[in-house]
Design a protein around this ligand. Structure first.
Ligand SMILES: Cc1cc2nc3c(=O)[nH]c(=O)nc-3n(C[C@H](O)[C@H](O)[C@H](O)COP(=O)(O)OP(=O)(O)OC[C@H]3O[C@@H](n4cnc5c(N)ncnc54)[C@H](O)[C@@H]3O)c2cc1C
Length: 467
């Protein structure tokens, strides 16, 4: 193939792999590049939940469902936001994607599908999550990919990072410039180019520019927004970044301060609350028992710095079910070494360590204890087994965190990249998080990103890409 092909795909991840497989099925010769040393992209970290309506897994359990049901429920969960055409594109094709995955060897546990997996629940059970999470997809997808590589239909170039898109004077996209691990540049030319290189969740620069926020994420290190930056340089446009919504309750990983993830069990469906949450003014801001993830997510985004402190005392520390997903040694290390994990002999000292106004913290705790005693909490909470009164006192900083990026390159309904005048580039396509997960709306729809990215990749290969 050399450095010329019918279809060049940038990114051998969730979107890029199915796109390569289905494009070669239609006769294309494909070059697939990835900046990483391995294929799979964000699936290496992802929990891997996928939602699909009308699948054989639902049929087996007698669950009646249609893409229309899926759409109606989604619009309800996302408050009527998102890109309607893309939602429909995904949902009308999601069952086919799942059937394809099953046909190439993916397995889900017997209890699937379910209605909820960490986000606002659907009414109908349509979410499937492999027992090994997102990683489970990789060997299955990789084996289908390596088949087309062995057959000479697809050339896979790893450790090869796209730097720029090459376009002619007429604006037609001709290829890309990429850099390999030795640092040498190569130009690769193609009749069509698909940008499937993920989002910008790992870019400090784009977090600042699009959200004016520090990057607090748990994300694939190659999600640097390269594809978005290259497309913007060419005259594409960014959309949907205001659909950003974060996940409630991440903490910093003391062993890798770049990572923020859910290390504590603060979701009441999993562990009822014993502690209280206070914002940076030392005040409670929600009923810790609130079950709506969507409500929790919106509420933390309304607090100063999009962060808060979980507060408890020594009796709760001893009596409550485990709060952390970490082992005792790591918890101990966190309180000894990191300023996000505070322990103090008095509330005054705790307030100083956390930089919280003492008067507010003191009166918040006093009010909680009194409300508990009278069985009448000011926020309506019912599960209050113990007061907060015995030293030492503990505080853990929690943040609004992200695993995906919400803004992305604007595309038409056939996933062709649009320029600033809404005119499609003739031969430039984008799929997956490149479009911004804001296409699913200003909310988390369970299983939308994995399902949506695989489906976009499959459809691009099956019918959208032309060469
Ligand atoms: C912790 C976590 C949990 C998640 N859980 C879920 C879940 O349960 N359900 C769900 O629906 N979604 C979930 N998601 C989101 C979902 O996994 C992602 O949105 C989706 O996998 C992204 O697919 P993609 O194809 O757009 O990007 P990726 O799968 O990341 O693929 C992009 C590829 O492009 C490569 N690349 C990047 N830049 C370049 C470049 N310049 N040149 C060449 N290659 C490049 C990358 O190395 C990568 O391999 C989760 C995400 C995370 C981080």
């Amino acid at each position: 193939m050399g450095n010329k092909c019918d279809v060049l795909i940038v990114g051998a991840g969730t979107t890029g792999i199915p796109a390569a497989i289905f494009a070669t099925n239609r006769g294309a010769n494909v070059i697939l590049i990835d900046s990483a040393e391995k294929v799979g992209g964000t699936l290496h970290l992802s929990s891997g939940s996928l939602s699909a309506a009308g699948s054989s897994l639902q049929n087996k359990k007698g669950i009646k469902d249609t893409p229309e049901n899926h759409f109606d429920e989604s619009i309800n969960i996302n408050h009527g936001t998102g890109d309607i055409a893309k939602l429909k594109l995904w949902q009308e094709n999601s069952a086919d994607t799942l059937e394809w995955l099953l046909s190439i060897g993916l397995e889900y546990p017997e209890n699937q599908p379910v209605a909820a997996a960490g986000h606002e629940p659907y009414k109908i059970a349509r979410i499937t999550t492999p027992s090994g999470g997102g990683k489970t997809y990789i060997p299955v997808l990789k084996s289908a990919l390596m088949k087309i590589v062995k057959e000479g239909k697809c050339e896979l170039k790893l450790n090869t990072r796209m730097k720029n898109i090459i376009s002619g004077s007429d604006g037609v996209v001709e290829g890309i410039v990429a850099v390999d691990e030795s640092g040498s540049e190569q130009s690769i030319y193609a009749k069509s180019i698909l940008l499937a290189c993920g989002g910008y969740s790992n870019s400090d620069e784009l977090w600042k520019e699009y959200h004016n926020r520090p990057k607090r994420v748990y994300t694939y290190k190659h999600s640097n927004g390269d594809g978005i930056k290259a497309a913007l340089k060419l005259g594409a446009k960014i959309g949907l970044k205001d659909n950003l919504i974060t996940t409630f309750g991440g903490t910093i990983d003391i062993d890798n301060e770049d990572d923020y993830w859910i290390h504590t069990l603060t979701f009441p469906a999993i562990r009822k609350p014993w502690e209280i949450f206070v914002n940076n003014n030392g005040k409670r801001f929600l009923n810790e028992e609130e079950l709506s993830q969507d409500f929790r997510e919106r509420t933390i985004m309304n607090q100063p710095d999009w962060s808060c402190w979980l507060i408890y005392d020594e009796t709760i520390n001893k009596e409550s079910p485990p709060l952390f997903r970490w082992d005792d040694a790591k918890i101990d290390r966190a309180f000894k070494t990191h300023s996000d994990f505070c322990k103090a002999e008095t509330l005054d000292e705790l307030a100083k360590k956390c930089n919280l106004p003492f008067d507010n913290l003191y009166s918040t705790i006093k009010q909680f204890n009194l409300g508990r005693k009278a069985n009448s909490d000011s926020w309506g909470r019912e599960h209050m087994p113990l007061p907060i009164e015995y030293k030492p006192f503990y505080a853990i900083k929690h943040y609004a965190i992200s695993v995906v990026s919400f803004g992305g390159i604007v595309c038409d309904d056939n996933l062709k990249v649009l320029d600033k005048n809404n005119k499609p580039f003739k031969n430039l396509y984008a799929g997956g998080e490149m479009l911004g997960m804001g296409i699913w709306g200003n909310a988390y729809l369970g299983g939308s990103s994995v399902g949506g990215c695989l489906t976009m990749g499959k459809l691009l290969g099956q019918k959208f890409l032309n060469w």
